[in-house]
Design a protein. Sequence first.
Lengths: 238, 238
Amino acid sequence: MSMKGDVWSAALAKCALFAGLDEEEVLLVASLAQEKRVRRKGVFFREGDQPCALHLLLAGEVALKQASIDGQEVIVRLVGPGEVFALASALEGAAYPVTAEALRASHALVWDQPAVQELLRRIPGLCRNAMAVLLRRIRDLEQRFREIATERVSQRLARTLLRLARHAGRKVEGGVLIDLPLSREDLAQMTGTTLFTVSRCLAEWERKGIVEAGREKVLIRSTHGLVTVAEDLPSADE
Amino acid sequence: MSMKGDVWSAALAKCALFAGLDEEEVLLVASLAQEKRVRRKGVFFREGDQPCALHLLLAGEVALKQASIDGQEVIVRLVGPGEVFALASALEGAAYPVTAEALRASHALVWDQPAVQELLRRIPGLCRNAMAVLLRRIRDLEQRFREIATERVSQRLARTLLRLARHAGRKVEGGVLIDLPLSREDLAQMTGTTLFTVSRCLAEWERKGIVEAGREKVLIRSTHGLVTVAEDLPSADE
DNA sequence: CGTGCCCTTGAAGATCTTCAAACGCAGTGG
DNA sequence: CCACTGCGTTTGAAGATCTTCAAGGGCACG
């Protein structure tokens, strides 16, 4: 237990939800956690599942998807190592509004609802931290809402790629590689369009030398070029 | 002061943020509040303003708008009496991400940042209440995000009207009147489309007897008809 | 009785989706 | 080693959907 506590405490400290906790509190958090591992394409939980638990991703990458009645899916958020997910559901005690699907083999700490309640009771600063996390999510959602409401697909896709580069970009010779196995369909579900339109955009940008696209792979050759598209600025070649 | 406290306490108790507070706490909340009145088309604050304060709407109706660089506006949320707004900004201490414009003459209680901090320190349950409010907003935003990403304008507009009916609907003979002065442009900014498309949708629905549209006015004659549109179900007449 | 604001409508065209067909790569099994 | 197969991808063509622009109508309010 105490060894695990040590291994986990690094991850816990990096996480915004548990930032600023003292040693004793970290141990409490660790002692109530359970572990869960999921292989690529597996799920931590499905939309509608109950009861629901708080998750902290230690390793891997998770996509949170929401489906409409007719089966159309949207990716609401990508979660990377050190980020929590299902915080809202765990706090509210409501069913998960999304399905958490692993893009690659993933490993998370999990706190069930009694544990979350216990933590909230015993750790004074936790509620403030939780609020900070939620506030950030609201900002993010409002911005994306405005984007999807007012911008064209190419602009939104460019922004999505830029965000992905920040979230999971790896510098390589020739540009920034988005180091996630994302299909055209995945990008479409993040952008609010179809895989066909995504494919066409990427093909056009490849012709212009802005990106290099491959199977479940995008390499950004010119961040500046993408910004130009995202902001709808006139580009050199038309 | 004490009279004001009495007048306000009813409004405070109805508000989710201050629910469950004891009498002493309510008095504290009231004692730190300031009043602000704004006429129709006036604003409580503008995007980018700082420092920012927590607002509780007592009377009137407020639209929260966000503008993109090229001037396109989106209505992120409508706020009715008893609801708080700018909670996130007040908690974070960041600039307002939206402009709060009054749809009709409005009256609000306002707490500046020191007051908010003081309240958070002195009222133990407040943080939990704030979280509940934020969680609700996240749910709402995620749902609307999925809608705007996957549905056609007519579906989204139908949903917007149904939400408005719930939020500010007044039963009259012949249906439910949306009791707010909303222009076609406003509806467009809530739905992520143009005023022209809104106008055409309403005209079509009027022909089918689903709504009755007028200048800054919509009367829903058949809620069921709107649901049919929103869910993209086959309707009787095509 | 104008004047401003909101609304409607048509026409043209941009943008995006849908559908069908086919390509190519990765992994599998013969 | 090769063929097979599945999956992700590409591309074209057709058409649905939505936006844009222009013109004009009508109502409210000064």
